[in-house]
Write a protein that binds this ligand. Structure first.
Ligand SMILES: [Zn+2]
Length: 511
């Protein structure tokens, strides 16, 4: 699971080795939740957590942390892909994860943490705490995950037991096939120990004085597990279907071990290299064992996890993206204004959000990439540059289905700005927006010289539903009431139109 060779040297005891990244959870970190592990193992061994037979859905809330300028946030599409990979990693367990809207922030992702002391380390834990979702598993995605004594750059991710949240470096959030980093940390969240519990800082190898026979107690003071299974309930991770491992994975170059270590009873040790809670790299299929799954389920059903309780079932298990999802602008079309681009797509009943992305190239990964989480089927985009060809695409999602097919088109922006089309118009907006059905809205118009304009309201399909001709606007601030009481619910386009040009704003009418 430790996929990155990060190239920092670090010392463990007398050893100094090149290291790849690691999980930030030390032996001591895991001892902090040892009481939960023991209780959950007992519940699992008694069969109490295995016979429910139904999938339980766990709410998760991702915090997309930026630096002090708000830069460096992980892209939404990577988080959406990662959620799919996470559910794939848990596909043989009866646990699934879904995106949960924050009850007061009302967002599906948290974008509001822009702080160096969270982004580059997690000293700003109070900021993290005040942003946490009270009823979800909180995952903070940062630039540097800092835990314990590991040197900068070593820790890929960690579970903080005191805070009961997960922190991951953003380069570990990708949805890459078989990336075990986030599933591993969520294993800790659900009280699992490393399979090599006790050997975190001192892997057993030929430099050890008792080599090749392991001592009966590990350097972390945890009983050493034996191949016979005779002490599997009390040694190491206390889970009997995970064989002994003395942290052979940390310095292994592949998903296997044949280094010759023997357990305290002089039996050759054969670890389970592809276990999700081990440290081996480059395995093709990381798994949790059946007992690990039962322990996690026991934890989920324990009182410590009451705050995750919910009655959620997905609105649909699948989203079939129609090939004609995108409505307008037409493929390759040149839009009227570069800074007021209305893009529309079909409203799918299975979808509750849409990820809308723009970029100059179809990777959507350049510094010019822009993305928006939209909870309706249109977006008026004001941040595109003039005279460019943009790729744009839409991914429909719901809380649980986040990897449905995308649909993509290109559009061209002109050099024409919408606002500058009306001489004298500095800025304008409509409020309230959305407006309640039956109410009126006000146009707030700021002008640097007086002008007359028509106020016209259109449906999104272009049907005119209101026309106020020759409304006069004075130099300075103007407030004009627009009667909307006869309009039904929906999305409308409000147009200010003069002889020279026009400007358009979107208006929602709701119940
Ligand atoms: Zn770990």
């Amino acid at each position: 699971m430790l996929l990155l060779a990060v190239g920092y040297a670090f010392a463990t005891g007398v050893y100094a080795q090149q290291s790849r990244g690691v999980c930030g959870n030390s032996t001591e970190d895991q001892l902090m939740y040892e009481h939960r592990t023991i209780a959950n193992v007992e519940t699992a061994n008694a069969g109490g957590a295995t016979d429910r037979g139904a999938v339980q859905y766990v709410p998760v809330y991702f915090h997309l942390v930026g630096d002090a300028n708000g830069a460096g946030k992980v892209k939404e599409r990577l988080v959406l892909d990662q959620l799919c990979a996470l559910n794939e990693a848990f596909s043989t367990a009866d646990i699934r994860f879904y995106l949960s809207v924050h009850p007061t922030q009302n967002t599906i992702f948290n974008y509001s943490i822009n702080a160096t002391n969270v982004y580059s380390n997690q000293d700003g834990w109070f900021t993290m705490q005040t942003n946490r979702h009270p009823n979800a598993l909180n995952v903070y995605i940062v630039d540097e995950a800092v835990s314990g004594n590991n040197n900068p750059g070593i820790t890929q991710a960690y579970y903080s037991n005191p805070r009961d949240w997960v922190v991951s470096r953003r380069d570990q959030i990708s949805g890459a096939t078989n990336n075990a980093v986030l599933p591993h940390e969520i294993g800790h969240f659900f009280s699992l120990d490393h399979t090599f519990f006790g050997w975190e800082s001192n892997p057993f190898d030929s430099s050890d004085p008792t080599w090749p026979i392991a001592p009966s107690v590990s350097p972390g003071n945890v009983p050493t597990e034996r191949m016979s299974g005779s002490n599997c309930n009390t040694a190491a991770d206390k889970i009997c279907d995970t064989p002994p491992d003395y942290n052979f994975g940390l310095y292994a170059s592949s998903c296997s071990y044949n280094g010759g270590a023997k357990d305290p009873g002089n039996v050759d040790v054969v670890p389970m290299a592809n276990n999700m809670m081990g440290y081996f790299n480059d395995c093709s299929n990381y798994v949790f064992t059946n007992q690990q799954k039962s322990v996690m389920m026991a934890d989920l059903n324990s009182s410590a996890r009451n705050y995750l309780d919910n009655n959620y079932t997905p609105p649909s298990e699948e989203i079939n993206t129609p090939t004609d999802l995108l409505v307008s602008p037409g493929s390759g079309a040149t839009v009227p204004y570069y800074d007021e681009v209305l893009v529309e797509w079909q409203d799918l009943p299975e979808a509750t959000w849409y990820l809308l992305e723009f970029d100059f190239v179809s990777t959507y990964a350049t510094p010019y990439a822009q993305s928006f989480m939209v909870n309706s089927n249109s977006k008026l985009v004001t941040t595109l540059l003039p005279n460019r060809t943009y790729y744009w695409r839409v991914r429909p999602i719901n809380e649980y289905v986040t990897c449905a097919a995308v649909r993509q088109r290109t559009l061209k922006t002109p050099g024409t700005s919408a606002v500058r089309d009306i001489e004298g118009l500095t800025a304008w907006q409509i409020a309230p927006n959305p407006v309640r059905n039956g109410g009126n809205a006000n146009l707030f118009v700021q002008a640097e010289q007086s002008f007359d304009a028509n106020i016209r309201v259109f449906t999104t399909t272009g049907q005119e539903v209101l026309n106020l001709p020759k409304v006069h606007f004075e130099n300075g601030d103007n407030k004009i009431e627009v009667p909307l009481s006869k309009l039904g619910n929906g999305l409308y386009m409000v147009m200010l139109q003069t002889r020279e040009g026009q400007a358009v704003r979107k208006l929602s009418v709701l119940k």
